[in-house]
Design a protein around this ligand. Structure first.
Ligand code: UDP
Length: 253
């Protein structure tokens, strides 16, 4: 964020470097239930981001000192693969990945009916296989689908999207160049049914008016991606449910 570049991030006609309009998301593709070994999983592509999320649990929280006698905890591990970025990343956790793991854990935990599973842990692994800006939003969005796939009882399916400022304009869902050379980045996560904010971070500078506009764009992005989450889950689970509502056999008896 805030680096210098000679590239025009948005042209006079309002087109961005990757050809999008200011209100346009990158393409998002969501696949549900892709890992055999996990209780729930999701593979998500968001522009050039490629993300795998696997959910395990609810299961006994270990070590025991992390257990909460009254409710479950959500423990998320966000990891960026060494090969996911242009300049090979040193493997293993760092300050950034710990911060992202923490904010995603808190966002997800806010919607889980945790009181149903005292002393349990819901373990969420997010692997960034390819990164192109916005990986915390892509990771959280994939993790939420994987949690739904695992059958974790939730009040809502969290979803995330960023907006920001690049080339002097407020835009939805920053791409790589916009993230590197833009003026501000505002990732948010919401519970779409209620509009509750589950995560909000900001990097860079925005005026109050620009912030309002960026927030609205990020919120609109969340709603759009939320629809894709639901569609992907319906596609998987509609196949598993018989034609009609499944009550036909009961009525015949
Ligand atoms: N990035 C990178 N190497 C790193 C960390 C990040 O190249 O070690 C890139 C990556 O493309 C990432 C982007 O910088 O998506 C923006 O990172 P940021 O910390 O803003 O988080 P994100 O936007 O991915 O949530």
């Amino acid at each position: 964020m805030g680096g210098k570049c000679d590239i025009e991030l948005i042209d006079k006609k309002g087109k961005r470097v990757d050809g999008r309009t200011p209100e346009q998301l990158r393409d998002v593709k969501i696949e549900v239930g892709v890992l055999h070994g996990a209780d729930g999983s999701c593979y998500l592509e968001w522009g050039g981001n490629k993300v795998m999320a696997g959910v395990y649990g609810p299961r006994e929280a270990v070590p025991r000192r992390v257990q909460n006698a009254r409710r479950a905890i959500v423990q998320c591990k966000y990891n960026m693969a060494a090969f996911s970025v242009d300049e090979r990343k040193r493997p293993g956790p760092d300050r950034r990945s710990r911060e992202i793991s923490k904010v995603i854990s808190e966002a997800l935990e806010a919607v889980v009916l945790t009181e149903m599973f005292p002393r349990a842990s819901i373990d969420v692994n997010i692997e960034i296989l390819q990164a192109e800006a916005g990986t915390r939003c892509a990771g959280l969005t994939a993790a939420a689908v994987a949690m739904a796939d695992a059958g974790i009882p939730m009040r809502d399916i969290p979803v995330a999207c960023a907006a920001g400022k690049a080339g002097g304009h407020v835009v939805m869902d920053l791409g790589k160049l916009e993230d590197n050379f833009g003026e501000a980045d505002l990732p948010i996560a919401i519970a779409p049914r209620t509009g509750e904010i589950l995560l909000m971070q900001m990097d860079g500078h925005l005026t109050p008016e620009e912030f309002e506009r960026a927030f609205q764009l990020a919120f609109d992005g969340c709603i759009k991606v939320g629809e894709l989450q639901k569609k992907a889950l319906m596609e998987k689970y509609a196949k598993a449910v018989p034609e009609g509502n499944g009550n036909e056999a009961a009525k015949e008896e």
